[in-house]
Design a protein around this ligand. Structure first.
Ligand SMILES: Cc1cc2nc3c(=O)[nH]c(=O)nc-3n(C[C@H](O)[C@H](O)[C@H](O)COP(=O)(O)OP(=O)(O)OC[C@H]3O[C@@H](n4cnc5c(N)ncnc54)[C@H](O)[C@@H]3O)c2cc1C
Length: 503
């Protein structure tokens, strides 16, 4: 297995590589243009480039600026699909989880305990969850998940349940059921690691380039920085624009569904490291979770609401969604969480592909991905973050007979760290094998935090600008770090972000 050396120039993408790529692409045709820099598009770019095709990826905004920075950040084994009887989708999730956690990006993935509390008045809830967890465990083993990564699900007593979720109401609590799944450090970081690994394999990666039209010979685009129009000749075009895929391939009907998350300080749940998992009444197999993050916050989510009308560029989290999440998660708590606990929110749109004539609720539409071909345009959408690799493989299989080997390609940061040092855990969890080089290369000033009250170091932003195609203050605040989720911290950090991305 080949590991990419830390900060290898071939894996660095920045304003300068963007400029050089634009020059090259104005003269040289490529085999494939990939449209969309989410997890799917970056996955396609890596797959195609690693099979020896010449590739240009164009994203209209920032990498992961669409749905891929707004997920629940779970690389999950497909339990929720099992509950709906969608065994094929559940199996694919379990297999892909094993690839991502095993070889592709083990540094970005960690086990997460999920606790379903069982109360005297509702023992059936624990029984149902337990049955689902056992089925999920069978899939885990069959999918060759790295042994020891995820412990077996089990029933736990009342005291253990309370130690895992200390804010539960102890009155009537008889115990709990614990399951283990995989949590990503950050979905935007996974997307960036995919883009950098694609660049290492020769792909051109360009952000702030919006595709305005696709034709038989390639694409035209508008450079969002210069305002100029350009064109790229390509044999194939892959449309990986997620929820916006219908605008380039009108044969598909995409029904966006809004998923909202609420951000609270982890202290509001007394620092619980486990994910509290609460059943949504009258919705079989549907849960609201708490998802503790490594930055001292916990996300609570999530909703599944149809977005009516034309697909907007972005969605905000409505107060009704926030109240619904707080209401469900608070049901088993001794003290309900309220609006005053909320420090931020975010919402994203699921790209659900609507079968013709479908009248299903969005939560019932299959999460199976779709690959559609119209002449030289391949559209790949639907699916989920966990299965991005399989989606990319299915799309690129239509372009070439050369075999796919992305299950064997570790992303940048996935190898052993060659520098022995005392880099903080935060850096190891986010940058893996590059953490030591980053930490030893930073002076005292850069080792300080960007703002007080948030654990990100200044060196992280410099790294993002030099190696992570970061062009605007929003890229730094909202995707290279999550400072931007908390409005007061965002305001405090804005000036530093502006200075770093100026010119
Ligand atoms: C709230 C929520 C929670 C979720 N949680 C999970 C989870 O925990 N685990 C999981 O596995 N899945 C999860 N999912 C699903 C998963 O996040 C998505 O399936 C996945 O991120 C979609 O990635 P994508 O690359 O296909 O789309 P996107 O990330 O949306 O990328 C599409 C990109 O195309 C760009 N684009 C659009 N038009 C153009 C154009 N004309 N020119 C250039 N670029 C263009 C956009 O700017 C965007 O960046 C969740 C989804 C939601 C909404």
């Amino acid at each position: 297995m080949h590991f990419i050396p830390p900060l290898d120039p071939a894996s660095s993408i920045n304003a300068e590589t963007r400029r050089l790529s634009l020059d090259r692409l104005s003269e040289e045709p490529v085999d494939v243009v990939v449209i969309g820099g989410g997890v799917t598009g970056t996955g396609v770019a890596l797959d195609a480039a690693s099979r020896g095709l010449s590739v240009a990826l164009l994203e209209r905004d920032d990498l992961a600026s669409g749905t891929s920075s707004k997920s629940s950040k779970l690389v999950h084994g497909g339990l929720r699909y099992l509950a709906k009887g969608d065994v094929g989708v559940a199996w694919e999730s379990a297999v892909e989880r094993a690839h991502v956690a095993g070889r592709i990006a083990p540094h970005l993935v960690r086990p997460l305990a999920q606790v379903v509390p069982v109360y005297r008045h509702d023992r059936g809830n624990g029984l149902l969850a337990g049955l689902g967890f056992v089925a999920g465990d069978i899939l885990k083993v069959a999918a060759h998940t790295k042994p020891g990564l995820l412990p077996k699900p089990r029933k736990v007593g009342r005291d253990r349940t309370l130690s895992l979720a200390p804010t539960l109401d102890p009155d009537g609590l008889v115990g709990g059921v614990v399951n283990w799944d995989c949590q990503l450090e950050d979905d935007a970081l996974l997307t960036l690691a995919l883009a950098r690994t694609a660049a290492y394999h020769g792909a051109h990666v360009l952000t702030r380039c919006r595709i305005s039209s696709v034709n038989n010979t390639g694409v035209t685009f508008i450079d969002g920085l210069s305002g100029e129009t350009g064109s790229i000749s390509a044999r194939w075009v892959v449309n990986a624009t997620g929820v916006w895929a219908g605008s380039l391939d009108p044969s598909l009907t995409i029904q966006p569904s809004r998923g909202t998350h609420v951000v609270v300080r982890s202290a509001a749940l007394r620092g619980a490291r486990a994910s509290l998992t609460v059943a949504v009444p009258q919705h079989f197999g549907r849960y609201v979770f708490s998802l503790p993050q490594s930055d001292g916050t916990t996300y609570l989510g999530l909703t599944d609401e149809v977005v009516q009308g034309p697909v907007p560029d972005a969605v905000a989290a409505p107060d009704d969604d926030v109240r619904w999440i707080l209401d469900i998660i608070s049901r088993p708590l001794a003290r309900p969480l309220t609006m005053s606990d909320v420090v931020g929110t975010y919402a994203g749109m699921r790209p659900l592909v609507l079968p013709e004539g479908s009248e299903e609720a969005t939560s019932d539409i299959s999460r199976k991905h779709v690959v559609d071909r119209e002449d030289n345009l391949i559209t790949v959408t639907g699916g989920k973050l966990t299965t991005y690799r399989r989606m990319a493989q299915d799309a690129v299989d239509l372009l070439t007979d050369r075999p796919c080997h992305t299950t064997e390609i570790p992303l940048v940061g996935a190898g052993p760290d060659p520098v022995a040092c005392d880099a903080p855990d935060r850096l190891r969890q986010r940058y893996g094998s590059e953490a030591g080089t980053l930490w030893t290369g930073a002076d005292g000033e850069e080792r300080r935090t960007i703002v007080s009250g948030y654990p990100a170091h200044r060196l992280e932003w410099r790294f993002a600008v030099e190696h992570g195609l970061t062009l605007t203050p929003e890229d730094l605040l909202d995707r290279r770090t999550r400072i931007g989720l908390q409005p007061p911290l965002r305001a405090e950090a804005m000036q530093a972000a502006e200075q770093l991305t100026a010119g």
